[in-house]
Design a protein around this ligand. Structure first.
Ligand code: ZN
Ligand code: ZN
Length: 332
């Protein structure tokens, strides 16, 4: 330890400046640590799929979208305004519904107050750094224009390609196990991909050009999740190109695209969980990403694929991890 480094012994027990800190150390997926712990792995899957979770809610949204609001592959063979407009409308409405309800619940009606809220400072209704002079207007603009635009464009591209046989189609009847397994793999693939595009976006020229738009939000709300520059949206949704390689069903495409878009929204809620009768009912905002918005140089990825742990950029929310970060910054 260098002379001017902060001593961990003299340190307080919690990192300062947060209204709420969840249980730390934050745990990453147990599927990548050795020796494998089957019970921990099962619990991880249970917590993510079989309780009320974002995965399950998004899967239900995807099933409803596919059943009632998805043009057939016969129609998507030929690009035409009618089905393109249907997809665009569906995505606009979904985003307004999810981000709108979360924003209304937590920031307009303030139904949960500051309970489980990480950063209790107000969102910036006014601020010169934002487009249109305020955080909410700025975030809504980038999410609804470029965010929905790129989300829709990638879906159009893949459904058009699948309709024409350029993207491989999976038959669920012939491959039921693989069909189900692909849903479990989707959040992993998103996590795998997100870390690398996010590292790229922190490369100074790309940061200045693109990623700084997302990082205007030091404190975040639901509308911040998909608030990005078009250059970032292009990269962010490019994980969907995997459907040109891996045989999938349209339901996988919808789940993947909606997971990418809507989980970006929910993970920026700023609250750990939705409380119903004081019981944590639906986990929303993630503290590790909230820390990324404040400390920049940590937590580029998510918890499903622990790239940050392997590359030494993981902040697990403990005071020890925090001093490591501070000392690393001092050494620069
Ligand atoms: Zn970033
Ligand atoms: Zn973010």
């Amino acid at each position: 330890m260098k002379k001017n480094h902060i001593s961990e012994k003299a340190a307080p027990k919690k990192i300062a400046g947060w209204g709420h800190i969840p249980k730390v150390p934050i745990q990453v997926s147990p599927f990548f640590s050795w020796p494998l712990k089957p019970m921990v792995m099962l619990f991880w899957l249970w917590k993510r799929w079989l309780t009320i979770t974002e995965n399950l809610v998004i899967l239900i949204i995807a099933i409803i979208s596919w059943t009632f609001f998805q043009p057939s592959l016969d129609r998507t063979k030929t690009i035409s305004l009618d089905w393109v407009a249907e997809i665009w409308m569906r995505n606009i409405l979904l985003l307004i519904l999810v981000a709108g309800i979360l924003h209304w619940f937590f920031y307009m009606r303030k139904i949960q107050g500051n309970k489980l809220r990480y950063d209790t400072r107000k969102l910036m209704f006014h601020g010169k750094q934002f487009s249109f002079g305020g955080q909410i207007r700025d975030n809504m603009f980038w999410s609804l224009s470029s965010g929905v635009g790129f989300w829709t464009a990638y879906e159009i591209l893949i459904f058009w390609a699948m309709g024409n046989g350029y993207a491989p189609l999976l038959n669920p009847i012939g491959n039921p196990a693989f069909f189900v397994f692909l849903f479990l793999l989707t959040p992993l693939w998103i996590s795998f991909h997100f870390y690398w595009i996010h590292r790229l976006l922190h490369y100074r020229p790309f940061y200045r050009l693109f990623h700084s738009v997302h990082h205007r939000n030091v404190n975040v709300g639901p509308w911040s999740g998909l608030s990005m520059h078009p250059g970032e949206h292009l990269l962010f949704f490019s994980s969907l190109l995997i459907h040109f390689i891996v045989p999938t069903h349209p339901l996988h495409i919808l789940f993947h695209a909606q997971h990418q878009a809507l989980q970006a929204v929910s993970s920026h809620t700023g609250y750990e969980s939705l409380l119903i009768k004081d019981k944590k009912t639906l986990d929303l905002g993630t503290f590790h990403h909230q820390m990324h918005h404040r400390y920049f140089e940590v937590n580029y990825g998510t918890l499903e694929v622990p790239w940050d742990k392997w590359f030494g950029t993981f902040h697990d929310g403990t005071i020890e991890a925090h001093y490591k970060l501070k000392n690393r910054q001092q050494d620069k």
